[in-house]
Design a protein around this ligand. Structure first.
Ligand SMILES: [Zn+2]
Length: 113
């Protein structure tokens, strides 16, 4: 019992230790933005397009990248399939999950950053 954080008023009962807000999960590394293509318990898969250089044709082409991200229980209701979300890198939580859900991007904000 360490009196480190006592001023937190959490409305949601979140006991997820891998939650970036309520748990002790540290975020570092890269941030990605993409559309949610599938949603599972505690996990979402996002997909986004990126440009890569094709050496064979000496030009750039589009390719799709799919990433799995941890979805904390307290934010479970916020996210639906098709939403534009932002994810941030964290320590590997499982074999395929190295990212965690950060925030939902509004439609008006799209293309701003
Ligand atoms: Zn939480």
């Amino acid at each position: 019992m360490q009196g480190k954080k006592t001023d937190e008023t959490v409305s949601v009962n979140c006991t997820d230790i891998d939650c970036p807000v309520h748990g002790n999960l540290k975020l570092r590394g890269r941030t990605f933005k993409g559309h949610v293509i599938s949603k599972h318990e505690k996990r979402i898969a996002i997909e986004f397009e990126r440009m890569i250089y094709l050496r064979k044709y000496e030009r750039y082409g589009k390719t799709k990248t799919k990433l799995h991200a941890r979805l904390p229980k307290c934010m479970d209701k916020e996210v639906n399939v098709g939403d534009l979300v932002r994810i941030k890198e964290c320590r590997p939580l499982s074999k395929i999950i190295h990212f965690t859900f950060l925030e939902k991007v509004n439609g008006s904000e799209e293309g701003k950053k």
